[in-house]
Design a protein around this ligand. Structure first.
Ligand code: NAP
Length: 446
């Protein structure tokens, strides 16, 4: 692996990289099948990813004709790695076992361990015999939409494919490792002005927010729309806020600290609500929601924007869905892709149907949406949310930070990259876009 790294750092050509033999095994962050019950009886908040995420040496599998092996320079922590590492809402080994029944190549994935991670930036080392548009030596980022494109259900919108999976969550051989195995159609060009770690944090969250707000399958925000964004400096919220600003909308960002509020202001979001300072109690007890608190929340939003939100960007789930549906404008849309605080959501249907609101589900992004979202990063129109960087050996610590909501934006993870700051191909473009803009989350992340 050292030879491969040295060659990449020295700017080796594809032919040179192709001539270096690949190792039989590689370093990877894994969860182990034998640990799947280790947190039984432990409260969710106390489940510690440091106990379940291990750095192991794992065998390098053979690649299918439509796949590539990528040397991972950097990766990132997504919330799905938190879910995998605490085995909630269920252990992810079931996904691998189902995949194993589908095909010969699928069978490779059912192992006693799962290499996790759904983001990466790196260099293509090998391509399968059916790969046409990518070559050894290409510098890439990777999106996590893993689809069998021979299945007709994948043809219109690949997110509707019956066997659509998230790489590194519902598949093995994910991105938190020195090497990764991906389908060639997960590859996208690495943004030329960004470092490896800045390039690695975007694909999953940025593409998700793009589909939710911009693409034809989402809420289709238009100029002037008021958009309420929960977790507006978090992984998906930080991209959502930028999409609203870019698209001529008016974001109302919800955060939980003065530091995050200041970050939002610097990003250009003027309407900010600190939910901790406001001390909203949408649930008066475990079973009862408090409509007076919804009203107080709605009033606060109106005081900032003069109106109700046309769109609510939802992902918090049980704690906030009742308030989101209530606060949304008559005829407006609540778009949701997650349920961090619990997936059994409740809302008052009267406020929903009488005011003709819409509830729209969304999940990651199809190939076209992921490609377009990556293009916007490459154009410097959307900035990376990198706020902190960890080494691969500290992946458990990094996941714990996200589990405890002690981070801003995205946490990057150095895999093969020996230090931060490497991988910028076009420094002039970086200067033109502006170091301050690119590193805004890093400055707040410390
Ligand atoms: P994240 O970086 O942890 O950000 C989530 C934000 O939500 C936090 O910054 C926090 O902001 C806010 N939050 C957390 N608990 C809250 C509560 N009880 N009430 C109000 N706000 C709360 O995570 P992320 O990467 O943005 O992901 C968010 C969720 O979306 C996760 O569940 C993840 O699995 C899911 N997701 C789904 C997809 C998909 O394709 N379906 C893709 C990406 C992510 P403040 O504390 O500042 O308010």
């Amino acid at each position: 692996m050292q030879k491969i790294l040295e060659a990449i750092l020295a700017g080796a050509t594809g032919a040179e990289l192709a001539s270096i033999p690949l190792p039989d095994s590689y370093r990877a962050a894994v969860v182990r099948r034998e640990d799947a019950a280790m947190f039984e009886g432990v409260a969710s908040a106390d489940k510690d990813p440091r106990k379940s995420l291990h750095i192991d040496e794992v065998a390098l599998p053979e690649i299918a004709p439509d796949e590539a092996i990528v040397a991972v320079m950097a990766s990132s922590i997504n919330f799905n790695t938190v879910w995998t590492s605490i085995f909630e809402p269920l252990p992810t080994f079931g996904f691998l076992d189902r995949m194993a029944k589908e095909s010969e190549w699928g069978a490779r994935h059912a192992l006693p361990y799962q290499v996790v991670g759904s983001d990466a930036a790196g260099v293509v080392l090998r391509t399968g015999s059916a790969v046409r548009n990518w070559n050894v030596g290409d510098r890439v980022t990777i999106h996590c939409n893993h689809v069998d494109d021979q299945d007709p259900s994948a043809h219109d919108d690949s997110m509707l494919a019956s066997n659509q999976r998230i790489w590194g969550f519902e598949t093995n051989f994910g991105g938190l490792a020195d090497l990764t195995i991906v389908k060639a159609n997960q590859l996208m060009p690495k943004p030329t002005h960004l470092t490896w770690e800045e390039s690695a944090v975007n694909a999953l969250c940025n593409s998700t927010s793009y589909r939710m707000l911009v693409g034809r399958n989402g809420a289709r925000m238009k100029q002037g729309d008021n958009v309420l964004v929960w977790g507006a400096t978090g992984g998906i919220g930080g991209y959502a806020t930028q999409y609203v600003l870019n698209g001529g909308g008016n974001p109302i960002g919800i955060v939980s600290s003065p530091q995050k509020a200041a970050l939002l202001n610097e990003l250009g979001c003027e309407a900010v609500i600190d939910r901790k300072a406001e001390n909203y109690r949408f649930w008066s007890d475990e079973h009862t929601q408090d409509e007076t608190e919804w009203r107080r929340f709605g009033k606060k939003i109106r005081s900032l924007t003069g109106d109700d939100p046309d769109i609510v960007f939802e992902h918090v789930g049980r704690q906030t869905m009742g308030a989101s549906i209530f606060a949304c404008k008559r005829g407006g849309t609540v778009v949701t892709c997650a349920a961090t605080s619990g997936f059994m959501v409740e809302f008052d249907n009267r406020h929903f149907w009488m005011k003709l609101k819409k509830l729209l589900s969304s999940h990651f992004a199809n190939y076209a949406e992921a490609w377009e979202a990556n293009r916007l990063i490459n154009l410097g129109k959307i900035q990376p949310l990198l706020s902190a960087v960890y080494g691969l050996e500290d992946v458990g610590e990094a996941a714990l930070k996200i589990h405890r909501n002690e981070h801003e934006g995205k946490i990057g993870v150095l895999c093969l990259a020996p230090t931060e700051g490497l991988g910028i191909d076009d420094p002039a473009k970086r200067d033109h876009i502006g170091e301050d803009k690119i590193t805004i989350f890093r400055r707040y992340g410390g």
